[in-house]
Design a protein around this ligand. Sequence first.
Ligand SMILES: [Zn+2]
Length: 242
Amino acid sequence: MTTETWSTIHSVYELSPTTFKKSSRPKEKYYAVKGGDAFYRTRHWKTERILNEARALLLLAKTKIPVPKFIRCGDNDDGTMFLEMSREDGVELSEVGKACHMSGTVGHNYVGECENCKAIAQANAKDFIQTILLPELANLTSDTTGLDGFVIPPAWMLETDTRSKWEPVTFSDPVLIFIHGDLGPSNLLMDPKTLTVKCVIDWENSGYFHPEFQKWEVDMGRYYALYTERNIHLELASSITL
Ligand SMILES: [Zn+2]
């Protein structure tokens, strides 16, 4: 029973009381939108990234990191791919400051945006990332880039390096750790009452990479700034290219 459906140019989302389903989109949906053809050509791996997230959720289920539970994954009739997972409610960290979650508390707003809630949530997220998320991810190691033979580097470097295929590279030792690949405030779901991290979502760009790839920010402006560090992107790209 689907209770809510919405879409972006890249994905369709279906929410039920207990599940969340994400599907990739077919070519005609991209071309139906102004400028969508450019997105279609430059945003690679439309179905593979869904499969990559499915594999990541199965891997991460063994860790202490709160992630959605994998339910199933497969092909839709129109050639797109879907991933169904458990529904995890919460407020994206990027959205927390748009309303006060502690109205009535001294120093907080009763209406409108609340800088205090935003600051509390960002501090909690930072603590969670440093004390739980990063140590758990650093425990997952590999000698080969990507995940199960497929390599999709972090989202923030793909506008600099637009190649459509990255070959897995194997090193002589397991020097690689598991990287989220899009670790910004839109992918941290917060408990609206406690303003602590409830779930880490959107693992499409995850995989095994050098520790230098594990970039993150809890502030949107600072997160977007990662996309502009072209010299760092080129350096990282060469470190995973034979
Ligand atoms: Zn507040």
